[in-house]
Structure formats: C-alpha cells, structure tokens
Design a protein around this ligand. Structure first.
Ligand code: ITT
Length: 196
C-alpha cells in the first residue's frame, strides 16, 4: 500500500516542547518529508541525567504513556570544548542564569573556542517502540553576540560550515541546513517514513 493510502490525511507526530523556536524548526524539517508536526505543550518529565539521550527518552516514553500519541521529544545542549563540555546537559539552566554574557565571560581567557551543539530526538509510539536519533554541529563561540534570529545560544555560535555567521544571523531555513536539530530530525523522518 502506498504511504498516501495508509495515511490519507498524511502522517502526524506530536512534539512535546515548551520552546516554540524548536517546534518551528522541527516543523519545517518534517514538512520536507510530508510529515505534519503538532505542538503538544504539556509539562515534560525531566529526569536528572548527564546524558541528553536518557533525558529525551524518558520524557518521550512518559508522554506516550499518558497521551497515547506518537510523540517526539528533542533534547539539545551546547558543549564548549575549552570549558570541558560545559554547559552540556545543563544548557537550559545556564542559559536562564548566567546567559550568553556569562558564557562569553567564562570564555574570556580561553583560547580554544571550539564548541558543538548536540541533539537527540526520541520517538515513542508505545512502550515497546522507542528510538533515538542524534545530530551534531561543530563550530566555535564568537567573541561577541551577533544576530537576532533564533533563540538560546544562537547569537554566540558560529557553525564551521558557515564560519562568518552566527546561527542568529541566519534565517531558519539556513540554520536548518547545518543544525544539530535538523540533522537528528532528518534521520528520524527518514526512518519514520520508511518504517511507520
Ligand atoms: P524543551 O525542553 O521544553 O523542549 P528547552 O528550551 O529547555 O525546551 P532544550 O532542553 O533542548 O530545550 O535545550 C536546552 C537549552 O540549550 C535551550 O534552552 C537553549 O538555551 C540551548 N539550545 C538548544 N538548542 C539550541 C539551538 O538550536 N540554538 C541555540 N541554543 C540552543
């Protein structure tokens, strides 16, 4: 049976997040493959763990159990090599507390400005079916904040593939060419459209 026949209204997955920017980026990527994304704005279970994969997986499994829907949860973090991977799994807290200015201050004496974003997309549609997909983008921390698009650490992250611009100086479609999130989501959607 063709995919169109099995899914006359198209395919739909529910993205649990409180971050509308993440949702909009994801929606664009999944739409490239004719998968629709709905925002499920409910409180996520957030386990404390050093692994973003474990955090995403636990949240997706919990949401699928509660809402009986095909769920994706995406967890991401910025890992600065010169700061031994900080803030990593603590990115959300660090963004809300010391923010971009704090990271730039911490980087003051650090010569090695290499950093990467990592993303894990966890998909669950039942307790038996859960899968994770990873994405990573290498880059460096800029010397100052630049740009006003995007969110979070975008104004201080220059991806290696386009080193003269921060993510915040790019339109969403351009960020999606390189980003950790888009890479993980493309792996997910490739698997999803051939297996579900
Ligand atoms: P949800 O957990 O509700 O999905 P969140 O904003 O907390 O939303 P994450 O835990 O995935 O999202 O991300 C942690 C932080 O890492 C986030 O608050 C941002 O500050 C930063 N971050 C993640 N992805 C980013 C990106 O693409 N660009 C800039 N900063 C990002």
């Amino acid at each position: 049976m063709t995919p169109q026949r099995r899914f006359p209204l198209g395919r739909l997955v529910f993205f649990v997040t409180s971050n509308i920017h993440k949702f909009n980026e994801a929606r664009l990527v999944l739409a490239e493959h004719r998968v629709a994304t709905a925002l499920l704005r409910v409180k996520k279970v957030e386990v404390q763990d050093d692994s973003i994969e474990n955090i995403a997986k636990a949240s997706a499994l919990d949401a699928t159990k509660k809402y009986k829907l095909p769920i994706i949860v995406e967890d991401a973090g910025l890992f600065v090599k010169g700061l031994n991977g900080f803030p990593g799994p603590y990115s959300s807290h660090v963004y809300r507390t010391i923010g971009l200015e704090g990271i730039l201050k911490l980087m003051g004496n650090v010569e090695k400005r290499d950093a990467y974003f990592q993303s894990v997309v966890a998909f669950c549609s039942s307790e038996e079916l859960s899968k994770c997909f990873h994405g990573k983008v290498e880059g460096r921390i800029s010397l100052e904040e630049r740009g006003s698009s995007g969110f979070g650490f975008d104004p201080i992250f220059e991806p290696s593939a386009s080193p003269n611009k921060t993510f915040a100086e790019m339109a969403m479609t351009e960020k999606n060419k390189y980003s950790h999130r888009a890479q993980a989501l493309r792996k997910f959607v490739k698997w999803y459209t051939s297996n579900i």
